[in-house]
Design a protein. Structure first.
Lengths: 300, 303
């Protein structure tokens, strides 16, 4: 596949023209080579998630190595890169999902000022501050639509019916799902379409009012129309919630993200963070040669 | 967990969406989570303790059974016990070779009958869903619940009475009838684990249904088929009731020998019964382990 693309690049002039053009442009720009993390620029609302020298290993296998990254609060940070380069592993380190999958996380992960892997941290309480949306929509099949939305609240000990109702409705509004489901809140969640199920999962994650929302390729199982709706939602939600979005779709990252972190596979098959910065900077004038190849090569 | 009723959800008027509102709700949820964590942890711990207590209680009968059989039967075991024919009461020595051979023969007949039949019936159920398949499936479910003594009487009626003689073939037939419904259901379940996608992939390559059934469905279901059949076999080996009406002499099958010798007043006979029980237990164990190992090996090959 890769070799095939290279062949085409040599044969077809338009492709090489385009690449040459990009090279010219980047050469002319005065580049800010330091990333926001290196500049210590936390964004207008501070830094929501900080990763410092984070490495994740599964047994002998090192999934990703030495990641240092800051996610500014109330912005969308996209983690992009090819499959198997550790984006999802990094995402799952933030809410300690590796506690249950045998992955070992080294380095420092902080939510605000809280050391996520600190000795006194109760993972359950930590996770009540972080929402997560997965690749495939996974509403609880035995629960109704509304019970799905408020399930996180119930798991966290919210018992007041008034609160459950109020916060469940708010979450459905926030996920732009209320008008669709308001007349069938008590139907099984699986009757919804795939895109609607995914928005239901977003509503479920939003109901606990997370400070950070982790999204692991939330559109990979959806059609373009449903994808567009989720992307609108991501843009809209980022005014209140910090969003970490794993995607291997560069166009999606360009459409919705404020910041982009590019992960690639190193020579020894270990994932590493090669570049991080504001989206326009990473896409228009990447400072790392490997990023440039990845971004301009129209891979993914 | 209670379901909220429609009336309680109300008209869904949009609450104030300002940042203050978000902050307020965040405080509420964090507060609830923090205040309830002690109770939630306690509930979790309690459940863990209950599970931990349940494990030894559940396993105890099994362990006790094995310990009792080994301690009482080990004394009877020797090479001679396995290879010598039984001797009349009061004559020392003697073994259970006839019973082992007889049981083996009976099981061989049962396997020869039930394994291919079970496979073909299951293939039919899988390939031709409809009212006929449903009724066969229902019949198999009912059959697997039929008490084994009734299967014994049935075998007696259709074989022993017809041919006017007891034989291992009749006993094998009875055990085959006993295993068949279990095997059919196990095979079909195993075939269902092969995804429709793979079936469609085979069909779309131009393969005939029968070829897909062989190369995709059966091959994919093989680990489950092997496990299911061996487990059904392990269960049948230990059956006594179907043999009561079909086998010529209690010395020709292990389970009958156990029943016969254990109910006699002579210590020697009782010792033989325990020894035979131990041999049988060992055989069933070997069959079960073989089933798991084989399934594991077959599964591993695909990775």
């Amino acid at each position: 596949m890769k070799r095939h693309d290279d062949d085409q690049d040599e044969k077809l002039s338009p492709a090489s023209d385009r690449r040459a053009h990009v090279d010219d442009r980047t050469a002319l720009l005065v580049r800010e080579t330091r990333t926001p993390a290196e500049r210590g620029d936390p964004g207008p609302y501070g830094t929501a998630v900080t990763l410092e020298d984070v490495s994740i290993t599964f047994g002998d296998h090192v999934a990703v190595r030495n990641v240092t990254l800051q996610m500014p609060a109330r912005q969308v940070t996209a983690l992009v890169g090819p499959s198997g380069c550790g984006k999802t592993s990094v995402l799952r380190a933030i809410n300690r999902l590796h506690d249950h999958t045998g992955g070992a996380v080294r380095g420092s992960v902080r939510l605000g000022n809280l050391e996520v892997y600190g000795p006194d941290v109760q993972p359950e309480v930590l996770r009540s501050r972080i929402g997560m949306v997965f690749q495939r929509p996974n509403p609880f099949p035995t629960m109704s639509i509304f019970d799905n939305v408020i399930s996180g609240l119930r798991f966290n000990g919210v018992r007041s019916k008034r609160l459950l109702r109020e916060m469940g409705i708010a979450a459905l509004h926030n996920a732009a799902l209320w008008d669709i489901v308001k007349d069938r809140l008590h139907q099984p969640a699986l009757r919804l379409s795939g895109g609607q199920q995914q928005r239901l999962c977003i509503a479920r994650a939003l109901a606990i009012e997370p400070e950070v929302l982790l999204m692991d390729e939330p559109c990979s199982a959806l059609d373009p129309v449903a994808t567009a709706k989720i992307e609108d939602l991501i843009r809209h939600l980022s005014s209140e919630v910090t969003i970490a979005l794993v995607t291997h779709n560069m166009f999606q990252a360009a459409r919705v993200s404020d910041n982009v972190a590019v992960f690639l596979l190193g020579d020894d098959r270990v994932g590493e963070l090669v570049e991080v910065g504001p989206a326009d900077q990473v896409f228009d004038s990447p400072s790392d040669a490997r990023t440039k190849a990845y971004v301009t090569g129209h891979v993914g | 967990m209670r379901t909220l009723q429609a009336a309680e959800v109300g008209d869904g008027a949009l609450p104030d969406m300002g940042a203050v509102e978000v902050a307020r709700r965040r405080v509420i949820v964090r507060d609830c989570a923090r205040r309830s964590i002690r109770r939630r942890r306690l509930t979790g711990r309690t459940m863990q303790v209950i599970c931990l207590i349940a494990v030894p209680i559940g396993v105890a009968p099994l362990v006790a059974l094995v310990v009792a059989t080994v301690s009482k039967g080990a004394g009877a075991l020797s090479i001679g016990f396995l290879v010598h024919a039984p001797t009349p009461e009061g004559v020392p020595g003697g073994g259970i070779s006839t019973a082992i051979i007889g049981s083996g023969e009976i099981v061989a007949y049962a396997v020869a009958m039930a394994v291919p039949l079970g496979l073909f019936v299951a293939l039919f159920l899988f390939e031709r869903p409809g009212p006929i398949a449903s009724s066969i499936r229902f019949a198999a479910d009912v059959m697997s619940g039929v008490p084994s003594i009734i299967i014994g009487i049935f075998a007696y009626a259709v074989y022993v009475e017809q041919f006017h003689r007891f034989s291992n073939v009749a006993a094998g037939f009875a055990l085959g009838v006993l295993m068949l419904p279990i095997m059919i259901r196990a095979n079909e379940e195993a075939m269902r684990t092969v995804s429709v996608d793979l079936w469609e992939a085979g069909i779309s390559l131009g393969a005939r249904r029968s070829r897909v059934a062989r190369s995709v469905v059966l091959r994919g279901a093989l680990p489950g088929v092997v496990t299911g059949n061996l487990l059904a076999l392990a269960r049948a080996v230990g059956e006594t009731a179907p043999l009561l009406f079909t086998v010529a002499s209690p010395t020709l099958a292990m389970t009958l020998l156990i029943f016969n010798d254990a109910t006699q007043p002579f210590p020697d006979a009782q010792q033989t019964a325990w020894g035979t029980a131990l041999v049988l237990l060992g055989l069933v164990l070997i069959l079960s382990v073989a089933a798991r190992t084989l399934a594991w090996t077959l599964n591993r090959k695909t990775r």
